[in-house]
Ligand binder design. Structure first.
Ligand code: GLA
Length: 405
């Protein structure tokens, strides 16, 4: 064997090894980021700290909520994200990486605990220098923050405009097109930073429904976007937000959902009938079901509303179609959501302060007079007469039906 051929053989061996390594690296690096529809095929379900704890939330509260989500049966009913909202942030370290504040002494440990319960973990930030509660935002540190979240094991990010609105206003004035472009750029920047980490993270946009976000939220990587200002724990505000969603159905679908804000069920400001309206309306709207109460201390009534499987199934229906209002007369409204397999969910709502008799005609949804109807709150079958179902709806209440041919 000549010296020449030995060198060639060694070279060839290294070439083969090198190519194999290269292909393996490329394949690994190219492990595709999930599509939006894979990330959030149905509206996200979980719990968020804000509506009950506001700025006081701490590690113990979050642990207790996660534990209660499992022990109460909420996890089994489909709830899975434990999301810390505003006020967890501390200062940045010398390298610019965000640190949690003293309320959250061990964020990676807390996230590990949440994961150990079979749940997923969500966190909160803002494209602005400050969050809405005045804590440190991601401004100037978007890439670093995305990397930190991925390193910690975060699965969901709520990204709230807050102080970035002021920056936009300073730069764009009242130029709506420029305002929108700046919002789009800010959200897309974080989306790209999240994708670059390779960790699947559901991206929740919060800018209060300005600049018709439903028209562009999906194109900047949003899996859900708030369509309104903040909800409050009272019927008037909840109903205003919920019933005002009419017209937005065409913008929602698997991977990209309209978000009329988190639930107030169990926070004490609404009657059982009002909370049933809240849950029914959100399910018909294919809205994210993010509980906002104190899970560790809830009443059996609250739990029953939050875990009504038949109503949750309407929200989580695989077709992913948001419902629409098909009829309205005075305080009475009928909303319909098409379901997989041809069934329809129907909500008969009474907005007024006194009970009302209402007649629902099966022909309103194009169904035959002998269609099968189930009342999803009473958990019983109900029957139409000559294709009409007449029923009393409580004040601020609802009758929710699942109708099949
Ligand atoms: C805004 C959001 C709320 C909540 C608070 C926190 O008001 O809309 O959902 O996140 O900020 O400060």
């Amino acid at each position: 064997m000549t010296g020449m051929s030995i060198t060639r053989r060694i070279l060839r061996k290294y070439a083969v090894l090198g190519t194999t390594l290269l292909v393996a690296t490329v394949l690994y690096a190219q492990k595709p980021y999930p599509t939006a529809a894979q990330l959030s095929p149905t509206p996200p379900m979980g719990w968020n700290s804000w509506n009950h704890f506001h700025g006081s939330v701490n590690e113990a509260d979050v642990k207790a909520a996660a534990k209660a989500m499992v022990s109460s049966g909420m996890k089994a009913a489909g709830y899975k994200y434990i999301i810390i909202d505003d006020t967890w942030q501390g200062k940045r370290n010398a390298q610019g990486f965000i640190q949690p504040n003293s309320k959250f002494p061990d964020m990676p440990g807390l996230i590990k605990y949440v994961h150990s319960l079979g749940l997923k973990f969500g966190i909160y930030s803002s494209p602005g220098p400050k969050t809405c509660a005045g804590y440190t935002g991601s401004y100037g540190h978007v890439k670093q923050d995305a990397e930190t979240y991925a390193k910690w094991g975060v699965d969901y990010l709520k990204y709230d405009l807050c102080s970035y609105g002021k920056i936009i206003h300073e730069k764009a004035g009242n130029n709506m097109a420029k305002q929108r472009a700046m919002q789009e750029a800010a959200y897309e920047k974080m989306h790209k930073a999240l994708v670059a980490t390779g960790r699947p993270i559901v991206f929740s946009l919060c800018q209060y429904g300005t600049n018709s976000v439903w028209k562009w939220g999906a194109s900047v990587g949003g899996n859900l976007w708030r369509t309104t200002g903040d909800i409050q724990d009272n019927y008037a505000r909840m109903a205003k937000i919920g019933f005002n969603q009419a017209g937005l159905a065409k913008y929602a679908g698997p991977g990209h959902w309209n978000d009329p804000d988190m639930l107030e069920i169990g926070n004490g400001g609404m009657s059982v009938e009002e909370e049933e309206t809240h849950m029914s309306l959100w399910a018909l709207l294919a809205a994210p079901l993010i509980a906002g109460n104190d899970l560790a201390h809830m009443t059996p009534e609250t739990l029953a509303i939050l875990t009504n499987r038949a109503v949750i199934a309407v929200d989580q229906d695989k077709l992913g179609k948001e419902g629409t209002r098909i009829w309205q007369e005075g305080p009475l409204q009928v909303w319909v959501k098409p379901l997989e397999g041809g069934a329809k969910a129907v909500g008969l709502f009474n907005y007024s302060g006194s009970p009302h008799i209402m007649t629902f005609k099966l022909s309103m949804i194009g169904f035959p007079a002998d269609a099968h109807m189930r009342d999803l709150w009473k958990h019983e079958n109900v029957h139409a007469k000559d294709g009409k179902y007449t029923v009393e709806i409580p004040r601020h209440g609802v009758v929710m039906l699942r109708v099949t041919r």
